[in-house]
Write a protein that binds this ligand. Structure first.
Ligand code: CAA
Length: 304
């Protein structure tokens, strides 16, 4: 724990208060509950490598903040990122999450200085990098990655784990691991290949060549690419706010069914979608949404 940590560790009890969240859903019940406060001002003394804010109603923002190393993704940084994501996941007022870096670097990869001395047995026995997957396995709220500058190696892979990537046209994506005598280790060979197809992924991963944000948009890696950093951040926040304005039940279901398309064959995927679609007829928000349309008024979501 960072020396300036203000994590309140309690053995029991939970005080529900604005800006306070608990992690107990994600932890074995034998562990103490960890309560993390995040501020709307942007200062989070409990974190060393990230900043956590609530820039818009319903929107939680995590900003990678390790500028001296271009946001290289060290294990302590990933641990903080996971803590912040799980906190947002269990905070009812947060409905969409934005993950970003600086204008210069989203993240320049896994931390090469940390990896350089690793041995096979230490990486294998300590499941090195496995904790990065927490992001995709436990996060049910939508995650938008706003990418400016370098998104290389693990930085590119981290962005690919998000539900939506927005970037600047000049963003610098790539999987340069081959130049370091290694290969992508956080899902790049799988997610990039699904995004751009085998031929392009092979070329990018075997040569280590970068691709621009403009190309990322053309190839379907990024949903949109913007002309300036300011536009990127504004549009990312707007999209997060839009999503935050919908029924939580429908949003979570939508994310779940789209993600299934990456794992299931078409027939099973369509079947899965239909089952979830049928299930939503059991939600109050489906009745509210369709009722509001009929009555020509704005829907009041109950998240039920
Ligand atoms: N790990 C650790 N430190 C890093 C880093 C990384 N991935 N990327 C940059 N840094 C550090 C540099 O060492 C440097 O620190 P010092 O000032 O202490 O020397 C600082 O960040 C600034 O970097 P540069 O001086 O190199 O900045 P630049 O503007 O000249 O170049 C860059 C920027 C092209 C991104 C260059 O830093 C670079 O090539 N970085 C490495 C990119 C890379 O190979 N990423 C893949 C890592 S492997 C991986 O991610 C495995 C996986 O799949 C999980």
């Amino acid at each position: 724990m960072h020396p300036t940590a203000r994590l309140a560790v309690r053995s029991s009890g939970f005080r529900a208060a604005a800006g306070t969240a608990r992690l107990s859903r994600f932890q074995p019940s034998t562990l103490p509950r960890v309560i993390v406060r995040f501020s709307s001002s942007g200062s989070n003394p409990q974190y060393e490598f990230i900043q956590v804010t609530e820039p818009r109603p319903g929107v939680g923002q995590i900003t990678l903040n390790r500028p001296k190393a271009l946001n290289a993704l060290s294990t302590p940084l990933i641990t903080e990122l996971n803590t912040a994501l799980l906190t947002f996941q269990s905070t009812p007022s947060i409905r969409a999450i934005l993950l970003t870096g600086s204008q210069k670097a989203f993240a320049a990869g896994a931390d090469i200085k940390e990896m350089a001395p690793l041995t096979f047995s230490s990486a294998y026995l300590n499941s090195f990098i496995e904790s990065w997957s927490n992001l995709t396995t436990t996060l049910k709220k939508p995650l938008i990655a706003a990418v400016s500058g370098h998104a290389l190696g693990g930085g590119c892979e981290l962005a690919l784990m998000a539900d939506i990537i927005y970037c600047t046209k000049t963003a610098n994506f790539g999987q340069p691991e081959i130049k370091l005598g290694t290969i992508p280790g956080a899902g790049g060979s799988q997610r990039l290949t699904r995004a751009v197809g085998k031929a392009k992924a092979m070329e990018l991963i075997l040569t280590g060549k970068s691709f621009s944000g403009e190309e990322a948009e053309q190839w379907g890696v990024a949903a949109r690419a913007f002309g300036s950093y300011e536009e990127l951040m504004e549009e990312s926040l707007k999209t997060a706010e839009t999503i935050a304005g919908y029924s939580k039940v429908a949003v979570q279901a939508a994310k779940e069914v789209v993600n299934k398309s990456q794992e299931l064959g078409l027939r099973d995927g369509v079947e899965f979608e239909r089952r979830v679609f049928h299930a939503l007829f059991g939600s109050e928000d489906q009745k509210e949404g369709m009722g509001a349309f009929g009555e020509k008024r704005k829907a009041q979501w109950k998240d039920q």
